[in-house]
Design a protein around this ligand. Structure first.
Ligand SMILES: Cc1cc2nc3c(=O)[nH]c(=O)nc-3n(C[C@H](O)[C@H](O)[C@H](O)COP(=O)(O)O)c2cc1C
Length: 261
């Protein structure tokens, strides 16, 4: 799928074909996409555990259930549990130096091993990383970027996916031998959509001019209508929700799965 089409087609899927497993290879593509995501200091912030619904005990599944994650857990065959590993900071200095050696961080921009060891690491990065809130904040941002790649990689491969609140992390930690330095972030459900991939249409979003600015905050971003039309043709902007038959689609899916209507 083309990039614009992937971005436009991605939406949270909540009805999955519970009988159709996700190929291991497709999960690998998602994990590779996550691992290719940009990250500060080239550090390893993100960890994930892939688990399969049918390998989990009823007790574990029940523990993962919460007010915003309900029937989804029974329908999706594969879950990815995403974490930040707060130990990402260990080895970050070496990772930066590796980038210097590879000429990714070039001397033209002031970079050298001495610059990293004597200035950037001790005076800039180490002090901020010593503040727990910053350590967590950076980990959350980088993990979010990685997850975003995994979401799009799922859509690119014809899968449905949705992020969910990750509760019962203490129980999961014990059951799955999760290290103490891992902080739970989100639970990603993955499977083949039982609803149409359009899932009733693209979700409402506020216009760019409400969210983004150019120059300063008094100057809203001005959309170029030609670009907007181009993105419609390319599939980044798609028909908005609700499709006229969406309520019926949801009703029929609910009936098929024995869910409340
Ligand atoms: C970080 C994150 C957490 C979310 N948590 C939940 C959740 O717990 N339950 C749920 O049904 N949807 C969850 N969602 C899905 C959003 O509700 C959904 O993205 C929103 O409805 C916008 O639609 P879209 O993803 O289809 O564009 C989450 C999405 C994100 C990005």
């Amino acid at each position: 799928m083309e990039f614009n089409q992937v971005v436009g087609t991605r939406r949270s899927i909540r009805f999955f074909k519970p009988w159709r497993p996700v190929e291991h290879s497709k999960i690998q593509v998602m994990l590779e996409a996550a691992n290719r995501a940009s990250r500060s200091m080239n550090a390893d912030y993100t960890r994930a555990i892939v688990v399969h619904r049918d390998d989990l005990s009823g007790e574990t599944r029940a523990a993962l259930r919460n007010p915003t994650t309900t029937a989804d857990l029974d329908l999706a065959p594969t879950y990815i549990l995403w974490y930040i590993d707060l130990e990402y900071i260990n080895g970050a200095q070496e990772r930066l130096n590796e980038l210097v050696e590879l000429n990714v961080l070039p001397p033209s921009h002031g970079w050298s091993k001495a610059y990293v060891d004597d200035l950037v690491w001790p005076q800039v990065l180490k002090p901020i990383a010593d503040i727990p809130e910053v350590l967590m904040f950076m980990g959350a941002v980088e993990t979010g970027i990685a997850i975003c790649n995994a979401l799009n990689a799922a859509v690119d491969q014809g899968l449905g996916t949705c992020l969910h609140a990750f509760t019962a992390a203490d129980k999961v930690k014990e059951l799955l031998h999760v290290p103490d330095s891992w902080i739970p972030v989100w639970l990603q459900l993955v499977g083949y959509p039982a609803e149409e991939p359009e899932a009733g249409g693209q979700r409402p979003r506020r216009p760019l001019s409400k969210l983004f600015f150019e120059g300063d905050c008094t100057k809203p971003w001005q959309e170029d209508p030609e670009v907007t039309e181009h993105l419609k043709r390319e599939g980044m902007i798609q028909a908005p929700a609700p499709f006229p038959y969406r309520a019926q689609e949801v009703r029929n899916l609910s009936r098929m799965f024995g869910l409340p209507e």
